[in-house]
Design a protein around this ligand. Structure first.
Ligand SMILES: Cc1cc2nc3c(=O)[nH]c(=O)nc-3n(C[C@H](O)[C@H](O)[C@H](O)COP(=O)(O)O)c2cc1C
Length: 188
């Protein structure tokens, strides 16, 4: 089964390498990858790399143009462009916006447009405040139709007691379950 996968990256810059690795794995399995960048992941240079390098790496994996504006993300639902959207990585910021129904980035626009046609969204959350300010948003979205989470764990419970990171190795399994409208388990 060849899928059209919307693959969205948010500004968890330290996990972009992992996200790109799994983007490539999905591409190598024959899926069509439609890359989507949040404004911040498309525009901010950090110690983990520049925005230009990120875009170059994405372009080496997929031939599709990168969606990096709200207007380019808007047709995703109406034109049925994606079978599934994976947000990998998803920040606490984007999670909060999705939970609150805020649509002001290409990623939140893509998700809103895609949910409009009742198709699944997979979230690979990586955030230091997952068990802090973001906990309520996990609670809300885990109970939201067509939204599924990649299993996650505490990456450094003693030094970062509120932090959770997605287990990227389970991204594909989570995607396959989500296509059947089921949450891959165990999620924690
Ligand atoms: C170097 C660096 C690393 C960051 N890592 C994370 C992270 O892992 N998780 C997270 O939720 N936010 C992280 N942030 C903060 C987000 O980039 C910030 O909240 C931003 O507004 C996210 O925008 P977006 O969700 O639209 O991509 C990081 C910021 C910087 C500068």
């Amino acid at each position: 089964m060849k899928l059209n996968i919307g693959y969205a990256l948010c500004g968890s810059f330290c996990t972009h390498d992992k996200a790109l690795k799994y983007m490539r794995i999905l591409k190598d399995k024959g899926h069509n990858i439609i890359p989507i960048l949040s404004f911040n992941s498309a525009g901010i240079d950090t110690r983990f790399g520049t925005a230009a390098q990120l875009k170059e790496q994405i372009s080496l994996i997929t031939d599709n143009p990168i969606i990096e504006t709200i207007e380019d993300a808007e047709p995703i639902g109406p034109k049925q462009m994606c079978d599934i959207i994976i947000i990998s990585p998803c920040t606490g910021n984007t999670l909060g916006k999705l939970s609150a129904g805020i649509t002001d980035t290409p990623v939140t626009m893509a998700v809103k447009s895609h949910l409009r046609i009742n198709r699944p969204v997979v979230i690979a959350l990586c955030t230091n405040d997952a068990l802090g300010a973001s906990a309520q948003n996990i609670g809300k979205l885990i109970n939201t139709k067509n939204v599924f989470f990649v299993p996650m764990h505490q990456d450094d419970p003693h030094r970062k007691p509120h932090s959770l990171v997605a287990n990227f190795d389970l991204l594909e399994d989570t995607m396959l379950s989500a296509l059947e409208k089921a949450q891959f388990q165990p999620v924690f």
